[in-house]
Design a protein around this ligand. Sequence first.
Ligand code: FA5
Ligand code: MG
Length: 495
Amino acid sequence: MGRVSEALLLKEHLSGQFALFDGSLQGLDRAEEDTVVSTAHPATTPAKPAQPPTQSSVDINGASYKTDSWFNTPPNIIANVPRRLHLQKDHPVYVTRQIIESVFPAPTYKYHNTFDPVVTTHQNFDSLGFPLDHPGRAKSDTYYVNESTLLRTHTSAHQADLFRANLSPGYLISADVYRRDEVDRSHYPVFHQMEGARSWDRANALGGDVAAAVWSDLEKLPTHAMKVEDPNPPFHAERNPLQDDHHSAAEAEAIGAHLKRSLELMVVEIFSRAARAAKRADPDFVDEPLRVRWVEAYFPFTSPSWELEVYYGGDWLEVLGCGVVKQDLYINAGVPNQLGWAFGIGLERIAMLLFQIPDIRLFWSQDPRFSNQFVGVSDNLDSLKRFVPFSKYPGCYKDVSFWLKSTSAAGGSTKANAHDFHENDLMEIVRSVCGDVVEDAKVVDDFTHPKTGRRSLCYRINYRSLERTLTNTETNELHDRLTQALVEKLGVEIR
Ligand code: FA5
Ligand code: MG
């Protein structure tokens, strides 16, 4: 979970036990190849346009769902569901998936690329041990269809089902994921993740020595010469604990080492391809030594856990989260003898580095000046070229200032100026009204009146199309519509 794990999750502690796994494979897959698992959603052949939601049901990708007061998924998000960029040949997200898959070869790893994005709250949260008060469950962060159904916020939603299905020692899942989030050049409400996992079975390890089996598999992996900063101990009693009810120190250490080597090899593969692409564009290109580091992290479903960061453009960029799978997942999935690791990576984040794509909105562009640049790459990965921006059209920003509505209590109580404003609600209105012509929206002033306690905010909306120059009239009209929508939907008073 994006900002959640990046900020809150680290501090958070898992409270309570896992909900009992209900054993259903609902929504697991509509894949052609995954015959073992049944599907709750019909296969969708040609992409249907999103239907405007009626009061009590909504059509998503050819299936109809009952809605209730939790429904908060707008038509512009539903319209993206059939796009499935990770399945569009030559698309940078597809190519990135291909390259990562090449580092995790079949048959050890089985690939699952067609799981349905509509999942249950059980799959997305409960099966992974998310506590009931976890911020990721809030309507402000997640697109709900109804109280128990949502658009998955991460590919981990399929972990428990795949452990239960037990189809292969390892798997990769690539899929579209959905998060209510801010608007800027590296955040989009729909993006793609790849999940990976590798399990070992105690029953299959010689003499029951899983640690030895894992080390022996690690020795079969290639080595690399990349410099990796990893000051972290294999686990840490307070910060990053060993699951000592289930794993020996030697087992956790071996699994962590296999996990880190596997992911480092993936980074080496991506960045050596990026460097070769740069050299093809400019023979004088001097490759900067790649710097990567491991940092300790927290996820409700792994322990110990880490994130991998890459030094890029003067800053450390988080590219993935991972860890030793919480044993309760295997136990609840009916495979208590297994143990192993899992990771989750953002495909756009990697594709932006690989292809030098400067703005995440470009992935959704249907402009041939974008797509034509990648034709043929899937069939010949060595022809991968960096993206050449077709032009930077002039941008224009406009401010909107407003007083927040107070959630008023009668009679001048102290709650009179409590506000229930959530920034993601504003971002959503920006996207619904303006689509992809807003590059970003940022708060530039936040003021609370010293006497009345009323709070006012000013947002700067940066209008810039990736495909053409916007006219003044057009921008003004959009901004007026946006202002109107803020008044209607958030009840704010324009200043
Ligand atoms: C997760 O989603 C976990 N499910 C990852 C995981 C899987 C951990 C298995 C352990 C085991 P997080 O929210 O940090 O974690 O997202 C994982 C990756 O997705 C990030 O490292 C980043 O590369 C990418 N990502 C997250 N938010 C965004 C976003 N808004 N835009 C683009 N990429 C994002
Ligand atoms: Mg993260």
